[in-house]
Design a protein around this ligand. Structure first.
Ligand code: ATP
Ligand code: MG
Length: 398
């Protein structure tokens, strides 16, 4: 278990009592510092070849482009470190350029920009997750899901090609030191986008459960529209008379629902719990798991925040001080109350995602332009909006 428990980390276990570090990376510093070198690995030496033959060509959705490895190598300037966008447990993500008509590799700066995710050699679960991602994202299209353009399954190489999300992840915007904090209205807009994406998945016949909701999997386009990425852990939910599906426990510490961690019983309400955690992150600007807050004692954001959430007089104490008080108090109280419902210990008492979405939408008006960042007040207390915006929220009316 060790270090992986300090920060949000992928976890997998088959028993009901312990988290252990799973197939994906632990988000610890050593791994991050090593990212460039591990990203340069050329091939998947330890890859299980028996898995490669399974269904790649037979089952991948036909609307996806099948890329050759050499094309993606050329599109990303040979996976050079200057095109590196980030690294997750699956592998490294690189910026690439393709011709918009033929999808052939082009020179940097021309054609369309894409994000190319390359499975790393050590990823034992990698092929399974790669296939899940291809199957789900290849078939599902929604404005709040990242678009998968294609894939590469050549020899031992496994890659995925997505639309490029210029503003990166919500994690970076909320927690990266030095970044300008995002404004309250923008946070609520992101919450609505995520709720829309999840409601779409839960509303499908297959009752798809996303299972990996967290700030790093929420990506932002150039207009700060939020989209869900990473469908490697997604799976079909219970249908008919079944109340849950039984699975090995995988997910991320601090975000995974307690009953799922304890029993492996997965329901759409597991996503609702994780959504509650993301709401808390948006309200407080604090990570789901954080060394600094816990003073090296394991404490989740939920553990820390719950006593405040259930006390109307103290609830605003959880608010992100970087917002500088620029938020609607009533609105924040209402969102905190919603988060508390999503985080209910008994999953049956959590609302459905569609109810969460309706509550957020009902209470938020979307017509007035705003900035992604808090407005600055000058000495005359006149608000200056940093940049114009297309689709936005005025204020919470609650
Ligand atoms: N489509 C994309 N457009 C732009 N940047 C992206 C895209 N997909 C991923 N990234 C960047 O790459 C980083 C790594 O993404 P990845 O999904 O591999 O890992 P993660 O979400 O940080 O961790 P985990 O493996 O636990 O999910 C993201 O944080 C993001 O900054
Ligand atoms: Mg991710």
């Amino acid at each position: 278990m060790g270090n992986c428990c300090r920060k949000p980390a992928k976890c997998a276990h088959a028993s009901s009592t312990n988290f252990s570090s799973g197939s994906k990376k632990s988000h610890n510093n050593e791994l991050k510092q090593d990212s460039t070198s591990s990203c340069q690995q050329a091939s998947l030496g330890s890859f299980n070849k028996s898995l490669i033959t399974s269904t790649v060509d037979a089952s991948v959705p036909s609307n996806l482009k099948s890329f050759s490895f050499i094309d993606l190598k050329n599109a990303t300037k040979n996976f050079r470190s200057e095109t590196l966008l980030g690294e997750g447990g699956f592998g490294c993500v690189f910026k690439g350029w393709l011709d918009e008509n033929t999808l052939a590799p082009t020179k940097p700066g021309s054609g369309i920009v894409v994000a190319v995710k390359r499975l790393k050699a050590e990823s034992s679960q990698g092929h399974k997750e790669w296939l899940a991602e291809v199957n789900y994202l290849g078939q599902l299209r929604h404005e709040n899901l990242v678009k998968l353009i294609g894939y590469c399954a050549e020899s031992e190489n496994r890659l995925l090609v997505y639309e490029f999300m210029p503003k990166g992840s919500l994690e970076n915007h909320l927690f990266r030191k030095g970044d300008q904090p995002i404004a309250w209205a923008m946070r609520m807009r992101i919450a609505i986008d995520v709720a829309r994406g999840l409601s779409f998945l839960h509303g499908l016949n297959a009752n798809v459960i996303y299972r990996d909701l967290k700030a790093s999997n929420i990506l932002l386009d150039s207009d700060y529209n939020a989209k869900l990425s990473d469908f490697g852990l997604a799976r079909d939910g219970p249908t008919g008379d079944n109340t849950h599906v039984s699975t090995k426990v995988v997910g991320t510490r601090g975000y995974a629902a307690p009953e799922y961690v304890a029993t492996g019983h997965l329901t759409p309400k597991s996503d609702v719990y994780s959504f509650g955690v993301v709401l808390l992150e948006l309200l407080s600007g604090r990570r789901a798991m954080d060394d600094e807050r816990a003073n090296f004692v394991e404490e989740t954001l939920v553990d820390w925040a719950k006593p405040f959430l259930s006390d109307p007089r103290r609830v605003l104490r959880i608010m992100d001080t970087r917002l500088g008080g620029q938020y609607s108090k009533k609105g924040a109280q209402a969102v905190a109350a919603l988060a508390l419902l999503c985080l209910h210990t008994d999953s049956k008492n959590r609302p459905q995602m569609i109810e969460v979405l309706t509550t957020l939408e009902k209470n938020i008006s979307k017509d007035m332009p705003t900035s992604p960042f808090p407005a600055k007040l000058d000495s005359h207390r006149i608000k200056h909006i940093n940049s114009p915006h297309r689709r936005v929220i005025e204020q919470l009316r609650i």
